[in-house]
Design a protein around this ligand. Structure first.
Ligand SMILES: C[S@@+](CC[C@H](N)C(=O)[O-])C[C@H]1O[C@@H](n2cnc3c(N)ncnc32)[C@H](O)[C@@H]1O
Length: 333
């Protein structure tokens, strides 16, 4: 029988890890990381309202090949993946953003409930509202959370449904390898036999192609990167002048990662609030993102180290990008 009830998205907040909750303040975290060597701003701060809008423009750029390659892989292998994925599932969209990529699974009819997880609250609310309108028969829920606190899904399974953890876009590459393994392990710990993780991971390509993907000709990625200084100014009452910096993307071959830098092109002395300051000489830089490029062997190793015992890679000829379908045969904590 058709379910005609009007559904409204439910919305909850994750919490910093219990032990740290009393002390946790993202402003202290920011100040500390800006005074580290090299000064660093974690990529999670890139996603204020303007940052989210700029990211939506980045995924359309001709140079940013990742979403196109991922889409081709999914188009080519969707049938095989659907045979391996559970039906009637809850889809947990990790770092959901606009949630558009999840629609292929909703359209395929295997999902009964969508749960978006994201640090960007307004973007998440918008994603849930639009999803609920488009798929009124499904339940849309969201968790505003910071993945660096650990994977938090404080919403019980409805009717013991299987879960699909969906982590596309190679966002796992923003974590240092130990952090990536820790996050994958937390996903695995929340899984039961029959659940699945579908993970997009970019691999190393020709360096010039990768650099262009993170430093496009139209300057959209540069604007996205420089905007983080406005986020820091608002959060800390700091006085960064974005005009004193330029965006740069470099491939660090040794670490197999793209690094985004904001390079000072003049001497800077920045007030970070609460008596803290940052001094930069011309040419010194702030790190704003690492995007690890994991070979297929390395990606599979990360999944195995996190405890996944069933891993299948889907790819297309000529691309190192992989979509990995990982499952567990038994529960292991
Ligand atoms: C690169 S975008 C990917 C968006 C979408 N999944 C896609 O593939 O197009 C990364 C997403 O993760 C979110 N994000 C970044 N760091 C996060 C963190 N520490 N905790 C939770 N969400 C985070 C951002 O707000 C953004 O929505």
């Amino acid at each position: 029988m058709l379910d005609t009830r009007q559904r409204t998205p439910r919305f909850v907040h994750g919490l910093p890890a219990a032990a740290a909750s009393a002390r946790h303040d993202s402003r202290d975290e920011l100040r500390r990381s800006l005074r580290a060597t090299p000064p660093t701003i974690a990529p999670k701060f890139l996603y204020d309202t303007r940052g989210c809008a700029l990211y939506e423009a980045i995924v359309e750029l001709p140079e940013y090949y990742l979403p196109r390659v991922e889409r081709s892989i999914l188009d080519q292998h969707q049938k095989a993946m659907l045979q391996a994925l559970p039906q009637g599932a809850e889809l947990i969209d990790i770092g959901s953003g606009d949630g558009l990529k999840a629609r292929r699974w909703l359209d395929a009819g295997i999902v009964r409930r969508y749960i978006g997880l994201d640090i960007a609250e307004d973007w998440l609310r918008d994603c849930l509202r639009r999803g609920q309108q488009r798929y009124p028969e499904l339940q849309f829920d969201g968790v505003v959370t910071d993945l660096s606190w650990g994977l938090q899904v404080p919403l019980a399974r409805e009717g013991d449904r299987p879960r699909i953890f969906w982590y596309p876009g190679s966002s796992i590459g923003n974590f240092e390898p130990a952090g990536a393994i820790a996050l994958l392990r937390q996903i695995r710990q929340q899984m039961r036999p029959g659940d699945a993780l579908v993970l997009g991971v970019d691999g190393p390509a020709e360096p010039a192609r990768m650099v262009r993907a993170y430093d496009d000709a139209a300057g959209v990625t540069a604007a996205f990167d420089l905007n983080v200084l406005n986020v820091v100014n608002r959060a800390l009452g700091a006085d960064f002048d974005a005009a004193g910096f330029r965006h740069r993307a470099v491939f660090n071959r040794h670490a197999s990662r793209i690094e985004m830098h904001l390079v000072a092109h003049q001497r800077q002395s920045v007030d970070l609030g609460q008596g803290a300051a940052l001094s930069l000489q011309p040419g010194e830089f702030i790190v704003t993102e690492h995007s690890y490029k994991h070979t297929p062997q390395r990606a599979e190793q990360l999944l195995h180290e996190a405890g996944f015992d069933q891993v299948r890679r889907f790819g297309i000829d000529g691309e190192a990008y992989g979509v990995y379908l990982a499952r567990i045969g038994h529960v292991r904590h």
